[in-house]
Design a protein around this ligand. Structure first.
Ligand SMILES: Cc1cc2nc3c(=O)[nH]c(=O)nc-3n(C[C@H](O)[C@H](O)[C@H](O)COP(=O)(O)OP(=O)(O)OC[C@H]3O[C@@H](n4cnc5c(N)ncnc54)[C@H](O)[C@@H]3O)c2cc1C
Length: 412
């Protein structure tokens, strides 16, 4: 393998790895970005609809856009930033969800988040579902929103971790795609694609990184693998790093999947509006109608529902969406939609889920996962972020922080 002896190996070419590698490479350090897939970006992935329009199968929203470093990257790349307010801040389509009920739901959800915050004031962690008001008619939908936020239901989520998440509520998008923006940021970096790492041996003076294509030697490494991959890869570290495995186990990835549908006679719907499949239960998808004004529906599935559908295969997602949409919009609507694309993130061996949540009692695992080992192994990735976890900008910040820590630890 060419380039098999470097100063810094960056393992994982997603948002965190690209940000770290970019910084070190630009500082003149010999780096190699080692990535299992045949493309950069990881959970950031833009592909194209048959119409040629870009589709983000992974991250799509520049959350906290007013402090999101990917905005400047996109602008430098000459891309277009769309600042339309997201559908979740606007009223939903009124069919089966009257405006008065939407208002009641918003109030119930607001009260849930206030109770969640109050509940954590004593520093004792509990499942976030303890903040649900028993018997409240909106609990099903509040839980469904939880599955979009965390990829799992509130009962599996640490209340303290949920409250630590910081968001400025400014959400923008890149018209050409978030995934392509992130991948392009790394395109000229030294990299080894299609090179899954099987072991990181740190027993000797120099690191031996074992891959399916041979061994790479390095002085230091930044490890940006998804928490699932760290938790589930037997013998990933030699000698073992039990604290890292434990930390990663407490930060599983929830599951979210997007299904894109083409939509005929799209003009009937407002651009960037939203429909819930139903409003009285957790097992519902949410439907983003005409993103960017395109003739497309972006269907979003989360938590147990997404797991159940993944176990049945891709057609089950279309059947589910089709049933929900015709229930709301009438049986003739089925003739107006066709599946375009989706990706099963739970079955993807290099992701094994969508984004991390902390289990109750395990909020501090993020700091534990982020801590460097021995001045040689540094850790980044969305799951290591305390307040911007689960996001592409959190991944970026974590990659920059790991690169900075590595620069400080480096002998001068
Ligand atoms: C459906 C969905 C919707 C989302 N929506 C948003 C959103 O709107 N906004 C937002 O900010 N975030 C969103 N996210 C989350 C966001 O995409 C991630 O938080 C972010 O991309 C994670 O970056 P990362 O670098 O930490 O991890 P990754 O992108 O997972 O990077 C890790 C890399 O490691 C590689 N890898 C895995 N195993 C190995 C191995 N053994 N050897 C070598 N390489 C390996 C992977 O292929 C991957 O490229 C979404 C995610 C999904 C799935």
């Amino acid at each position: 393998m060419a380039n098999n002896d470097v100063e810094v190996a960056i393992i994982g070419g997603g948002a965190a790895g690209i940000a770290a590698a970019r910084q070190l490479h630009d500082a003149g350090i010999s780096t190699l970005l080692i990535e299992a897939r045949s493309r950069l970006g990881g959970r950031a992935w833009t592909m194209f609809a048959p119409s040629g329009e870009p589709i983000d199968l992974g991250c799509g929203w520049l959350h906290s856009a007013d402090r999101n470093p990917w905005v400047a990257v996109a602008e430098r790349q000459g891309r277009t930033i769309d600042k339309t307010r997201p559908p979740w801040f606007r009223n939903s389509h009124e069919d089966r969800f009257p405006l008065t009920e939407q208002e009641q739901f918003r109030e119930a959800q607001h009260a849930f988040f206030e109770r969640l915050e109050a509940m954590t004031a004593n520093g004792i962690d509990r499942p976030a579902s303890d903040a649900l008001e028993p018997g409240n008619r909106w609990n099903g939908l509040i839980n469904a929103i939880g599955t979009y936020i965390s990829g799992t239901e509130w009962n599996r989520v640490s209340a303290i971790d949920a409250v630590r998440y910081a968001d400025t509520e400014i959400n923008w998008r890149v018209v050409e795609g978030y995934g392509v923006t992130i991948a392009s940021h790394g395109v000229d970096l030294p990299m080894a694609l299609e090179t899954p790492v099987t072991r990181i041996d740190h027993s000797a003076l120099r690191l031996r990184i074992e891959t399916t294509k041979g061994i790479i030697k390095a002085d230091r490494a930044i490890i940006t693998l998804p928490s699932t991959v760290i938790a589930q890869t037997d013998g990933l570290f030699r000698p073992k790093l039990l604290q890292k495995t434990e930390a990663a186990r407490g930060l599983p990835l929830g599951l979210n999947d997007k299904l894109f549908l083409s939509l005929a006679f799209a003009e009937e719907f407002d651009k960037d509006s939203r429909i819930f499949g139903c409003t009285d239960r957790t097992a519902t998808a949410t439907y983003h109608m005409r993103p960017f004004g395109r003739s497309i529906i972006e269907c979003y599935f989360g938590g147990t529902l997404a797991h159940d559908l993944e176990s049945q295969g891709e057609p089950a997602f279309f059947d589910f969406a089709s049933k929900q949409l015709t229930d709301v919009l009438g049986s003739a609507f089925a003739r107006r939609i066709k599946p375009i694309a989706m990706h099963l993130w739970g079955l993807d061996p290099f992701a094994r889920g969508a984004y991390s949540f902390a289990e109750p009692g395990k909020a501090d695992r993020r700091a534990m996962l982020a801590a460097p080992v021995d001045g040689r192994l540094f850790f980044a990735g969305e799951a290591t972020s305390q307040a911007s976890y689960s996001t592409a900008h959190g991944a970026y910040f974590s990659g920059m922080a790991a690169a900075q820590a590595l620069l400080l630890a480096r002998p001068r």
